[in-house]
Ligand binder design. Sequence first.
Ligand SMILES: Nc1ncnc2c1ncn2[C@@H]1O[C@H](COP(=O)(O)OP(=O)(O)O)[C@@H](O)[C@H]1O
Ligand SMILES: C[C@@](O)(CCOP(=O)(O)O)CC(=O)O
Ligand SMILES: [Mg+2]
Length: 449
Amino acid sequence: MTVPDPKTNQNQNNKVQVPFLVSAPGKVIIFGEHSAVHGKPAIAAALSLRTYLSVSKSESPDTVSLIFPDINFSKQWKVSDFPWEAAAKYQVIPSNDGKLNNSAAFSKSSDELVPELVSALAEMLVTIDDPTHYSAAYAFVYLYVNICNSKMPGYTFTARSTLPVGAGLGSSASLAVCLASSLALIGGHIAPASLSINELVATDSPDSDFIHSWSFLAEKCIHGNPSGIDNAVACYGGAVMFQRMKSSVPSVRTAMRNFPPLKLLLTNTKQPRRTADLVAKVSALVSDFPKSSGVIMDAIDYITREGYKLMIRPFFDNEAKSRFRELIRMNHGLLVSLGVSHPTLERVKLCCDELEIGDTKLTGAGGGGCAITLLRDELSESTMKNAEARLVSEGFETFETTLGGKGVGYCPLDKAADVDKFDLFRLEDREEIESTVGVGANPNFWSFW
Ligand SMILES: Nc1ncnc2c1ncn2[C@@H]1O[C@H](COP(=O)(O)OP(=O)(O)O)[C@@H](O)[C@H]1O
Ligand SMILES: C[C@@](O)(CCOP(=O)(O)O)CC(=O)O
Ligand SMILES: [Mg+2]
């Protein structure tokens, strides 16, 4: 983490030049969604589908603007509308000797939202009725007052995802990481990223840890009680075994460097749902039936650990693959018993079972959204084409994606021409976003923390 000038709260070295872009990946949970919230381990990997966010100066210097076309939402505030005084009491500003002048608040705010700040921000959000809009705006304003300050000029934040939003692939966490990294850059708390796509990261950097801790709070704003697995993957990339610990003990995150090349089909039911509702539903079940639901959570715990053991074997051979598929099938059944499947998800599963292409489970919070099918090895191209055509004919959408990619990235927009070329608002669709700014199609534009 860099040390900002205490007067301006801006880092003097490596100061970011506006405009710029940041980006973070979505994720797929292989085992352990929901049980992860209740302290059990889970396994997830970063996707090649990502969220991109641009930061530019607002036309009017005292206006902060959000432009979120994927959810049909835009909003403006005046810089002076933000509750800076309330924020100052809890804000963590590193002093120029590099020590945190409010370290108690830092450790608290890196774990829990500050209730006084939440109520001070409520007035800025009162006119927003749609919960989708509200949660995105809430995450933004919470991070903005904590990470930025009243002396900074107004900026415009435009976000676009190549991920489906609200479909179990971690769009909320990838947005949270984009917000945390862009605000940390303009607030002068971190330096622009410098690692190229092929450089391996030996250890986590203080800058990525800073982004990670604030993105967790943004996830809290979006869905109440996140385990932290989604924003960890969106921030650090790769594949992880993750376990949330009881409050005040940090979560355990074990990078899985030899993640086997899984052949996955990703199917979006297009059934909308909110993670917040499903996480609350499972938490209600846990408190109503602690013993019965506890046994289900324990079973998922064993499945995840069995899956982990198979995945870290030096050879992910046929025997390992067939055991792995059994685990996928069992994990789905247990999620059904927690009440988080949906008729559309069951239809995807039925279809894949009938076609005998592999084993299917819901991924993410369920209630709609996406399913993953771990494909059998020996499937021909025509079998796969037929299977995808059948799923599409039933109203679903299939995705091709690769697993285990990079975490949060940064792309400077140095030249004036870049600003028009990379105007996220104007890009037509996922394909155009990917081909114009995408990390996959344009790896040389990007650096990583
Ligand atoms: N590209 C985006 N633009 C604006 N808001 C987004 C975007 N992606 C995610 N969000 C926010 O995250 C919410 C979806 O999060 P969630 O219900 O956790 O689903 P998931 O993380 O599985 O996509 C949206 O309702 C919105 O508030
Ligand atoms: C249900 C859960 O395990 C995953 C939610 O993922 P998503 O928001 O549906 O992509 C919640 C969490 O771990 O925070
Ligand atoms: Mg989410």
